[in-house]
Design a protein around this ligand. Structure first.
Ligand code: SER
Length: 339
């Protein structure tokens, strides 16, 4: 008899860290996690962990033979800056890995005659504002179907995978005589994410988390973007919550497959001011890297999340004030005091 589980890929990464803790709070959830890396110590005991590559067909076959998967949170990905250095690898991991898992989930949905749920974190990187900083002032809160012209490999990968998810959940085998059972694909587009417990690697919104973690460690930090650049952010607990809220939303309420979510929008200068309130000695300067700056300039100043609010009652718990006062500052202070 196969064991029923929720599969989390990319489990050892930043979002996985928070999501697994959240999923594990419900004792009924049995979690199977997959990552190239070992599981971080804090997560041991919360999940059955497999170290391996998503592109390994034999590993996927072994998983199917042992587990019945009800839902997949597919978090594994290479972020935007890393993807620019190794675009071919980014395509392999971000697109081919996702495609392999979508096909597999589509087949399994048929086979067991019940949809597998596929939850996918997409990104603000799917947007590409025209190359004038003023376009960000003109089009402040971007809706899901606007400016889908990504500048990065990562953005292209995420946008295409959203479309593949839509295809596999609505049009797969559309010409076959027998009506197929479709998988249930749902996606959120995240803004820049900030965690108190982990640091991102290889993203282009990383200046914000790097600034606050450096201040807590007493290290000087030079931001790689200009002081006036603005994008939306979200505290990590809200990111994990948005994924599980979307997973639990009644299917008939959903009018889209892909939803924007956001917590708060700040310029890098405003972010610095908030960090200075908590760490008055912090040494923060701005030394923009023209190329990474251009990527952030192509991302909108804010996201319109009204569809998520309407369809599944999305509401962030952390605005900027609460994110800093109750989540980021106390936890980050404690983290570096201990180490
Ligand atoms: N945080 C991501 C990155 O910077 C964007 O989704 O790549």
């Amino acid at each position: 008899m196969r064991k029923k589980v929720i599969l989390v890929t990319g489990a050892s990464g930043e979002v996985g860290h928070s999501l697994i803790k959240q999923l594990a709070q419900d004792g009924n959830n049995k979690i199977l996690s997959l990552d190239l890396q070992p599981l971080p110590e804090e997560l041991i005991g919360l999940t059955t962990h497999l170290e391996g590559n998503l592109l390994d067909h034999i590993l996927l076959a072994r998983i199917i033979s042992q587990y019945e998967i009800d839902a997949i949170y597919h978090l594994a990905a290479l972020l935007s800056t890393s993807s620019e250095f190794t675009p071919d690898t980014a395509h392999q991991v971000n697109v081919e890995g996702t495609l392999a898992l979508l096909r597999w989930a589509a087949d399994q949905s048929q086979w067991r005659r019940r949809p597998i749920q596929f939850i996918f974190p997409s990104s603000i990187a799917v947007y590409g504002m025209p190359e004038s900083v003023h376009s960000k002032d003109l089009y402040q809160r971007v809706r899901e179907w606007e400016w889908n012209q990504p500048r990065t490999m990562y953005g292209c990968n995420k946008l295409y995978c959203e479309m593949l998810g839509n295809y596999y959940s609505k049009h797969f085998r559309q010409l076959s005589a027998e009506a197929p059972i479709m998988l249930d694909f749902r996606a959120v587009r995240f803004p820049g994410l900030i965690s108190a417990f982990t640091l991102p690697s290889g993203g282009t919104s990383d200046y914000a988390p790097e600034m606050i973690h450096a201040a807590a460690k007493g290290e000087a930090y030079a931001s790689f973007v200009r002081e006036d650049v603005r994008i939306p952010f979200m505290a990590m607990p809200d990111a994990a919550r948005s994924l599980t809220m979307l997973a639990h939303a009644p299917r008939e309420k959903l009018t889209r497959t892909v939803y924007n979510v956001r917590g708060f929008s700040l310029t890098a200068g405003q972010f610095k001011d908030r960090v200075l309130e908590a760490f008055p000695e912090a040494q923060i300067s701005f030394r923009p890297d023209v190329k990474r700056q251009a990527i952030v300039d192509s991302w909108p100043a804010d996201l319109d999340d009204s569809a998520a609010r309407r369809d599944w009652n999305w509401q962030p718990e952390y605005d900027a004030g609460r994110a800093f006062a109750e989540y980021l500052i106390p936890n980050i202070k404690e983290r570096y005091l201990r180490s």
